[in-house]
Design a protein around this ligand. Structure first.
Ligand SMILES: [Zn+2]
Length: 151
């Protein structure tokens, strides 16, 4: 059995535009020139029909359709549980993408795509409620989301 090392992740396709954690970003997708589907991650050929694709970007706002908490860390995972994941729907592109959530978010919430740091030095994309960046800058106490709230 092998485990993924951080260097292995460099061989993965580029998934999003790089930026500082918390900054808005875009997912790098491909739009099919044949069947008009959107594929994520981006690929040179459409996984559905094999036609060429052209680069396209998925940006928020998207709609969080569903979410759940991950309460146990899978073997070899770099992100430690508990954390939350969700499925965001990009209506204009007619595609849904699964990703980490930056906090507990209720289904039906409009979300933006942001750069997420799930562990020190780690970078991936995540979904954050629209307007949360403004809320996080406001003075006052903050509550920490808890996976137990899902149980
Ligand atoms: Zn296609």
């Amino acid at each position: 059995m092998t485990s993924l090392e951080p260097a292995d992740l460099l061989a993965w396709p580029e998934l999003f535009l790089t930026a500082e954690p918390g900054a808005p970003t875009a997912l790098l997708a491909g739009g099919c020139t044949g069947c008009r589907r959107t594929a994520f991650p981006r690929a040179a050929r459409c996984p559905a029909c094999g036609a060429a694709t052209r680069p396209t970007e998925l940006r928020g706002p998207a709609v969080l359709d569903t979410c759940t908490a991950v309460l146990s860390t899978p073997p070899g995972a770099l992100v430690e549980a508990p954390y939350e994941v969700g499925v965001a729907r990009f209506p204009a592109a007619r595609i849904c993408v699964i990703g980490l959530l930056t906090e507990r978010i209720e289904p039906g919430t409009m979300v933006d795509v942001v750069v997420h740091e799930p562990y020190p030095g780690g970078r991936t994309f995540g979904f954050r409620p629209v307007g949360a960046a403004d809320r996080d800058l406001a003075p006052g106490p903050r509550t920490t989301p808890s996976a137990e709230r899902l149980l």
